[in-house]
Write a protein that binds this ligand. Structure first.
Ligand code: ZN
Ligand code: ZN
Length: 360
């Protein structure tokens, strides 16, 4: 591994071409960062469900591409001028950083209305074509080019890599879901789906002083894991459906759960849809019930820079209480990326990690 100030001319990257072929380990040129950009050494990249959707062909991407967006890394070189952190200070070599998955223009009508993640010219780490100057835009590589206008922040040394890594995906998305859910304090919260989104949502609901937190899943192993991770929650089989709740966060993407959730919402309740990122059959909606019970249904996809800051504040406050680190169940070297993906698909852990600096 090079020290933060050494600058490599090429680096190893795991390139996805199509679902029929394994990821290909290729040497790619490391570009000199231009204005507002930085070259980052990838310290750890956790593999998210959406990466697995790409790699297995469930999600269509322009190829070739380097997957991976849940990254923690160290700045090795900055452009002139250097990128600014969200606190307004210039990044420097040696800074340990995390950044938003989405890069936005901050100028278009959507950015101006606060939906920066839906910017009309959005780019997303781990989902872009690997070509030209911006080839290194995914985390499954030794280095990554941080684009100009990325929402980036320094990560406190107290947060271990495994805890900080999913912050720019699962944790920030949950922070956005909690923000649009409204008041959590004193309310009964139900969370459907005990994956990383669901467990993070449970911990964040407790952090925000929910009156009670119920988590539902159909997999008994995931329910046991949820009860270990967050003993304060009531872990329930999905078959039973949620108990009466003021706020329901749907993190599973199972469309059948949505009808159950609407039936379980108390008067004035809010359902936030987070997990439905793949097409499903439609669900039945009873408009009269939405009206008479004054219900709110909202959807959230990705998050804003403020949500990323909230995610980091939450992890700093609570990582001692909830063991996020152990949710990254195995760590592999970049050379073993295809074995890592096979293991993740077979065992379905919440997360695996790829540490490019690690040798076999
Ligand atoms: Zn992710
Ligand atoms: Zn925009």
């Amino acid at each position: 591994m090079t020290s933060p100030t050494e600058f490599p001319s090429t680096c190893l990257a795991a390139v996805f071409h199509d679902a029929a072929r394994p990821l290909q380990l290729q040497h790619l040129a490391v570009p000199l960062p231009r204005s507002g950009e930085a070259v980052i050494r990838v310290d750890l990249c956790t593999v998210c469900g959406s990466d697995l959707h790409t790699i297995t062909g469930r999600r269509q991407e322009a190829t070739p591409t380097i997957p991976g967006h849940e990254v923690i890394g160290t700045v090795v070189r900055v452009g002139d001028p250097a990128p600014l952190s969200l606190d307004g200070s210039a990044l420097q070599p040696g800074d340990r950083v995390s950044w938003s998955v989405c890069v936005c223009c901050q100028n278009c009508e959507r950015c101006r209305s606060g939906l920066t993640q839906k910017c009309l010219s959005v780019t997303k780490y781990g989902h872009e074509l690997a070509e030209g100057h911006h080839s290194l835009s995914g985390g499954l590589a030794e280095y990554l080019l941080l684009r100009a206008n990325s929402a980036v922040l320094r990560v406190d040394p107290l947060l271990p890599d495994e805890v900080a890594c999913p912050a720019n995906c699962a944790t920030a998305t949950v922070a956005a879901a909690i923000r649009i859910a409204g008041v959590i304090e004193g309310r009964r919260v139900a969370i459907i789906g005990a994956g990383l989104l669901g467990l993070t949502a449970a911990a964040m609901a407790i952090h925000h002083k929910a009156a009670s937190v119920q988590i539902l899943d159909r997999d008994p192993k995931r329910l046991q894991q949820a009860a270990r991770f967050c003993p304060q929650v009531q872990a329930t089989d999905s078959e039973q459906g949620p108990a009466d709740a003021d706020v329901i966060l749907e993190c599973s993407g199972a469309h059948a759960a949505i009808e159950q959730a609407l039936a379980a919402l108390a008067v004035g309740g809010t359902l936030v849809l987070v997990g439905s990122v793949m097409p499903t059959p439609p669900v039945a909606l009873h408009p009269e019930q939405i009206v008479r019970r004054c219900l709110t249904i909202r959807g959230i996809h990705n998050y804003t820079a403020d949500d990323l800051l909230a995610a980091h504040r939450f992890l700093m406050a609570e990582h001692w209480r909830f063991d996020f680190g152990q949710l990254v169940q195995r760590i592999f070297s970049l050379q073993d990326i295809n074995e890592a993906i096979r293991w993740a698909l077979a065992e379905q852990p919440l997360r695996i990690g790829i540490r490019p600096g690690r040798t076999r």
